[in-house]
Write a protein of this length. Structure first.
Length: 421
């Protein structure tokens, strides 16, 4: 099996201050004849911005290679790991602090970050944020330049990313302040059908190594890696889940995005060019690695200058590769990026869960749904009664045509009420 090397993102933080706009009202002409006042609706004042300081001392299981000491957040170990040495040239050490989500006093469409940081010798610090709306979390966006969402969000979560190129690099954060307000964002309806593209898949392997969200890779594990942190789910969550299927459609797995790769780390190729971080001249849905390998794009190299040896746009953990899809070698697959559309979602609380062709355990297994995966729910049917970790029930959820899972294994449902089929 070919094992694709993977790397982590390197971005220099910036700071964007708020602008103050002043409206000027002309004075009335002195010789104007008397007039009868006309009632006009009062102009509603712009909502006040909500500003808060982020507690950088909160570190725990969701955080990767960071520590708080002496009033500073820094990398716990500034030496690149073995995995990083194999993935990047030059190798890069990195760490992530995931902050608790904050419920806003009023919905907002923009979040800006003011970061007090010290970086030297190639170190970097960046702040990314995401927002919650009824259909789930938005993708992560860079807040040091101002993150604008296409619809109001009611909760905000931030993460701080630190990197160092060698042990002498200084990457220290002293304080972080976030500001949420209403920007002039165009409110667009959330798509009803998620984005889906055919890309080349490779197997991750790397058992015992740590993923970008802090998960230790297990034998026959179930998750995927995409070449951008914008769709990276926090540890033990499926906030960003893909459905990856063989090109025949015979086998599928629903799996959370827990790592960054292959090849690039800033290539959210599923997004349109107006949103895509890099490689904006490539067609939507085409990974940069594929363009480099097939067409010599960027001189046939990735963002780190390495010669691209395969066109991979997704990495599959061993269990997803072997058990979910039953692949025996790297292959083209159809990937659906489920968070790019609205709709009902169910959280798989215990898995990998068999996805069956009908509402009963006697039906053929069509694939798997990994633990923590957020699976789409079209409707429910009544079928075989099943006892699971959450309930005993005869209800089965239809995820897609010919794909059903028992409600007994679904820990939560959000996005609305599930209708009967």
């Amino acid at each position: 099996m070919t094992r694709t090397r993977r790397t982590r993102s390197v971005v220099l933080a910036g700071f964007l201050g708020a602008a103050l706009v002043v409206s000027l009202v002309p004075a009335a002409a002195p010789a104007a004849p008397p007039t009868v006042p006309t009632a006009r609706p009062a102009t509603a004042p712009a909502p006040a911005a909500e500003r808060w300081s982020v507690d950088l001392t909160v570190t725990g299981g969701d955080d990767v290679n960071v520590r708080w000491r002496g009033g500073r957040l820094r990398l716990a170990d500034s030496r690149p790991s073995g995995r990083a040495r194999a993935a990047a040239r030059p190798p890069i050490a990195d760490g992530t602090l995931l902050t608790p989500a904050r419920t806003l006093r009023r919905p907002a469409t923009r979040v800006r970050a003011a970061l007090t940081a010290q970086v030297a010798r190639g170190g970097t610090a960046q702040v990314q944020v995401r927002g919650w709306r009824a259909a789930g979390w938005t993708e992560w966006r860079d807040a040091t330049v101002g993150a604008v969402f296409d619809r109001p969000v009611t909760r905000v979560q931030a993460r701080v990313l630190l990197t160092a190129r060698d042990a002498r690099a200084t990457t220290v954060v002293r304080a972080l302040t976030l500001t949420a307000d209403r920007a002039g964002a165009r409110i667009a309806p959330l798509a009803s059908v998620p984005l889906s593209y055919r890309v080349y898949a490779t197997r991750i392997g790397l058992v015992g190594e740590q993923t970008a969200n802090g998960h230790t890779v297990q034998p026959r594990d179930h998750f995927v890696a995409l070449p951008s942190r914008r769709g990276l789910a926090p540890l033990n969550s499926g906030d960003y889940t893909v459905r990856v299927c063989t090109t025949s459609g015979g086998r599928c797995e629903y799996a959370p995005v827990w790592d960054v790769g292959p090849w690039n780390t800033r290539d959210d190729y599923w997004n349109p060019s107006a949103v895509r971080e890099n490689w904006k001249d490539l067609p939507q849905g085409r990974p940069e690695a594929q363009a480099a390998y097939q067409y010599g794009y960027n001189g046939g190299r990735d963002q780190f200058g390495r010669v691209v040896l395969n066109p991979a746009g997704v990495d599959l953990a061993d269990g997803t590769f072997w058990d979910g899809l039953r692949l025996t070698d790297n292959a083209w697959v159809d990937v659906t990026y489920l968070w790019t559309a609205g709709g009902l979602r169910g959280v798989v609380g215990s898995g990998p869960l068999n996805v069956r062709a009908g509402a009963g355990t006697g039906y053929a297994v069509r694939g798997l749904a990994a633990t923590y995966a957020h699976v789409p729910i079209q409707c429910y049917v009544i079928g075989q009664t099943v006892s699971g970790p959450y309930r005993t029930t005869s209800r089965w959820h239809r995820l897609a045509a010919g794909q059903y899972v028992s409600h007994a294994y679904i820990s939560a449902v959000y996005g609305g009420t599930v209708p009967p089929c």
